[in-house]
Unconditional design. Structure first.
Length: 249
């Protein structure tokens, strides 16, 4: 358990809960104790360092670096220069996924973040002020005209979603991913994570791209199973990393 400003934080003793319901105990130096769930993002991001301590270190989450590597590999195979790519990081949280793009030289030409909760943007600006050229708090399922204009104006040709996409409560809705894809340049890469458990097929299909993103061409370039992180009890929690090329010419 690492020391953090004014408090310490650790995972509570618990049986493996539903993903996202993991219980975190925060002990303040003035004697107060606070309990929160892992996916209580508003509160989690307001406590500096707790996301990194619990998710990255204790649970060993590797997805930001795995997804950056998949995107870099796909770009290389297409002959796209990594340094020229402009990346839209959706569900960007406090910027760990944006920062991981540095490890493969992605986002040099531009790197932009969005998230549903304002606490994510505030934490990214607080903890990683140099990572994003711009960062908006927005709901991809109900974008205003102004938000569409601003995000499209960023001119991104890569969409990176380091959060599972699917129909469960803890996942980003597929239509939200497709709405973001609709704001990309005419020829772009889209990377996201999918949980193949429970026999549910990946809801992001070529049909969804056509319906929501106006895409004429949509090709899956990569689908790789990997260990996203551990559960509380140390069991591997596997996801698929997926990369598509979506074009509208
Ligand atoms: C697991 S965190 C990942 C954060 C960051 N990408 C990373 O790798 O550290 C998932 C993020 O998805 C965001 N999120 C969840 N549902 C969302 C939605 N419907 N629209 C946009 N963001 C959402 C949460 O606010 C949270 O910041």
């Amino acid at each position: 358990m690492g020391a953090l400003p004014g408090f310490t934080a650790e995972l509570a003793e618990q049986e493996d809960p539903e993903i996202g319901d993991e219980l975190i105990v925060v002990r303040w130096t003035d004697g107060r104790t606070e309990r929160l769930r892992l996916h209580d993002y508003e509160r989690l991001y307001s406590l500096p360092g707790v996301y990194e301590q619990i998710v990255t270190e204790r649970l060993g989450c590797r997805s930001p670096w795995v997804m950056a590597g998949l995107l870099a590999g796909a770009a290389d195979r297409l002959g796209w220069r990594r340094a020229d790519l402009r990346v839209l990081d959706v569900a960007a949280g406090n910027g760990v996924s944006g920062e991981a793009l540095d490890s493969v030289g992605l986002g040099v030409a531009g790197r932009y973040g969005t998230d549903l909760v304002e606490a994510a943007r505030a934490a990214a600006l607080r903890d990683r002020p140099a990572v994003y050229d711009d960062y908006l708090t927005l709901d991809l399922l109900s974008l205003s005209h102004r938000q569409r204009t601003v995000v499209a104006g960023w001119g991104c040709n890569v969409l990176c979603c380091v959060a599972p996409v699917g129909v469960r409560r803890s996942e980003l809705p597929p239509a939200a991913l497709a709405a973001a894809a609709a704001l990309l340049a005419d020829d772009a890469l889209v990377a996201y994570m999918h949980d193949p458990a429970h026999g549910v097929p990946d809801p992001v299909t070529a049909g969804l791209w056509r319906e929501h993103a106006g895409a004429l061409g949509a090709h899956e370039l990569e689908r790789r199973r990997y260990v996203h992180r551990l559960t509380v009890s140390g069991a591997p929690f596997e996801l698929e990393g997926v990369v598509w090329r979506v074009s509208r010419r």
